[in-house]
Design a protein around this ligand. Sequence first.
Ligand code: PLP
Length: 389
Amino acid sequence: MSDQGQHFVADHVVGLPRSGIRDFFAIVAAMPQAISLGIGEPDFVTPWHIREAAIFALEKGKTSYTDNKGLIRLRREINTYVENHFNISYNPDNEILVAVGVSEALDIALRAVLNPGDKVLYHEPCYVSYSPSIKLAHAQPIAVGTSAEDEFAIDPDKVIEAWEPGCKVLMLNFPTNPTGGVTERAKLERLAKFAIEKDLLVISDEIYSELTFEGEHTSIASLPGMKDRTIFLHGFSKAFAMTGFRIGYACGPSALIEAMMKVHQYSMLCAPILSQEAATEALKNGAPAVARMKEQYQRRRDLIVRRFNESGLKCHMPKGSFYAFPSIQGTGLSSMEFCQGLLKQQEVAVVPGTAFGPSGAGFARASFSTSYERIIEATDRIERYVQSL
Ligand code: PLP
């Protein structure tokens, strides 16, 4: 009998789990009355002037490949933006690579630097792709747990404790998906010192940095001695509401960007030209729209966190991103039981914390990238559900 080609699948791919989020939301899609607080993308449509730039480019017949590293005009804009926002300067000629989202940038960074068996440290709960991407690069993930007591900031002592021979990379993501955690400068400085001491390369995914609501965002790449050992990843999906454009970038030392470019060249060739045109416009003139969307997110964040706490679900205030990560431990249910019950009884979808790694157990992720009114309705329903337990 046919096994549908199963015996051809590579061992390390057979072992990968499917994303828990996707499976859960296949169920939600079939429930038209459900309110989803599940998706990890802005509810705003891309600002008009950015869409217009893509339309103009298409009208002008810009339908070709670009330089593998991306349009030089875009790379120059990226340098200006990163200099202004993160206080780091990169040479547009050889220290910046435009990719198909931070997703691709992350993948090619890992594939460009990891040898089979190398170890990668990262903090957890984390974005669903981190551990699978490390395994796809034939390396070994080492998760360092973060906790609600620390508001999901990373504890440098725990990173130091988790280190073992063979560790080559430290992956960071602040503000963090799914917890909204950030890490203060002093802790980043300790991590930087540790990275230098152990000769670690840092891959820093800062895709939510514009959505920092309290304090100032610091990039580890801007700390003394770190630019030479950091691959800085950023993109347009979140702050500019451009998920469908699939565009992001990596900045780093030229030898690393060159290595990443080779992987990118043979797998992706280049990012789509229309998206690159739109991204150039976003960096030039997008700041007011980003500020307006951020204001909305902050208002929704304050509402959702207040309502969770009033409902008896203890929730820290996320300092960045558009995710709240309430504890559901008081209900006595597992993350999956809580989310399945909520969906069935009240038709509200949130994501089980365990989708983001074992240290997400006892939590759920609720995205506030949906309207204020829908958050009011969703949190009323959640309160009724919690009371019924
Ligand atoms: N990094 C993090 C932390 C994310 O949360 C996401 C998307 O949810 C990505 C990367 C992927 O971003 P992109 O759309 O640029 O591929």
